[in-house]
Ligand binder design. Structure first.
Ligand code: FMN
Length: 383
């Protein structure tokens, strides 16, 4: 009898412990992965590190953070691409990766103004692979003291900037005067455009849904996303990049095994894929307006300039309390996407010789959490 009682107490105790453990597991959140957002404000002895602490917060495709930073002498740095962090299935010419570098370099430039430094950018100093990137540097930056240089007002928004992958409030249209302010994000290489016209917005919502579905129903492009899924806080902290799935549901799934989650996600016809397509169809449906950046060409210089324009747009939107969400599926250059690529060019009035570099949803949204980042130290190349 006593033995039986002990046994029951023992099982009860173990269950209670397991219960407490599981409750901790399912409610935990990534820790290290969010730290780079908090540290961005700490002034560094070396102002270049200060600038790069902000630059690593740049938006970039699938959050792969492909940057490598080599400090040279006391006032320069060389930026190059970690070629293993590209996304060849959805971005076969590395166009979007270069746009991410444009965002990165512009953030470094904006942040450096806080230290009274002007950044001189020499893009692709040894030339560029126009078909695919190679080991040659993306840019050399020189930080030059510029007494009296005004702090770029966008610097204040760097830590609050997000990609708002959420539904927008359809009852709050974006004011025309805000859209007029966005027009300043264009340059001599990139044209800013937008629409709030119901017919065009509807056409773009449908296009985004169809292109998203095309990407997920195409096995090799679906796989590229699934391979970079990070399931639960443990995986996210260990690899703070890719597509981070956090929250109680994903903690439970991570207990079952993240590899199982990824394996089931690779089926283009699975329930999980169907649910994702439906979820994003609803997000796209809740879009009051779209903005886009058209490159007047598609050279590496045009792509870098598009990134520079895009991050300025994203920071300005942040300051105006607006959410911005890139939707790139229809802009991607792989054969299965070709008909929708043509449709995107038609709706966005892209002329021959021009390239649609960025398309994004714009609207008012609830606050969005930051995405993971590798610490700056992981991106510094020491030679
Ligand atoms: C060139 C480029 C293309 C992108 N395309 C998409 C996209 O199609 N869908 C999407 O949800 N996010 C897209 N993003 C946003 C990234 O997923 C996002 O920047 C990254 O996950 C980091 O998140 P954060 O911007 O909130 O810091 C794109 C970003 C860049 C720079």
């Amino acid at each position: 009898m006593t033995n039986r009682r002990n046994l029951i107490l023992g099982i009860g105790g173990t269950l209670a412990l397991v219960g407490a453990g599981a409750a901790w597991r399912v409610t935990r959140l990534p820790q290290a992965a969010d730290k780079p957002w908090a540290q961005a404000g700490n002034p560094e002895l070396d102002p270049r590190l200060d600038a790069f602490r902000h630059a690593i917060l740049a938006p970039n495709p699938h959050n792969m953070q492909p940057w490598l930073i080599r400090l040279i002498g006391s006032d320069q740095a060389e930026i190059s691409c970690d070629l293993a962090r590209r996304l060849p299935k959805t971005d076969p010419f590395d166009r979007q990766i270069v746009i991410g570098f444009g965002c990165f370099i512009e953030l470094a430039r904006i942040a450096a103004t806080r230290r009274g430094l002007r950044v001189e950018v020499e893009a692709f100093p040894e030339g560029a692979g126009e078909e695919r990137l190679d080991a040659r540097p993306i840019a050399r930056l020189r930080f030059v003291a510029a007494p009296g240089l005004a702090v770029d007002p966008l610097a204040a928004a760097i830590r609050d900037r997000r990609s708002a992958k959420v539904p927008f409030d359809l009852s709050r249209p974006v004011p025309a005067e805000h859209l007029a302010m966005f027009a300043t994000s264009g340059s001599e290489l990139v044209r800013f455009d937008n629409t709030r016209a119901p017919g065009e917005v509807d056409a773009l919502r449908t296009l985004c849904s169809s292109a998203f579905e095309r990407e997920l129903r195409t096995p090799h492009t679906l796989r590229e996303s699934i391979d970079v899924l990070r399931v639960g806080a443990g995986e996210i902290d260990a690899n703070p990049d890719g597509i981070a799935l956090k929250g109680p549901l994903f903690e439970v799934l991570s207990l079952l095994g993240a590899d199982k989650v990824r394996a089931s996600g690779r089926d283009p016809q699975s329930d999980t894929t169907n649910q994702q397509i439906e979820r994003y169809r609803q997000i796209f449906a809740q879009t009051p307006g779209f903005v886009w950046l058209t490159g007047l060409g598609n050279s590496r210089a045009h792509q870098l300039a598009a990134g520079q324009s895009y991050i300025r747009l994203n920071l300005l939107a942040t300051q105006l309390g607006l959410g911005l969400h890139p939707v790139s599926q229809a802009l991607q250059e792989y054969p299965e996407m070709a008909p929708l690529f043509g449709e995107a060019r038609r709706i966005c009035r892209v002329a021959p010789g021009e390239t649609l570099q960025m398309l994004a949803r714009l609207g008012y949204a609830k606050p969005v959490a930051p995405t993971p980042r590798w610490p700056l130290e992981a991106k510094l190349v020491r030679t």
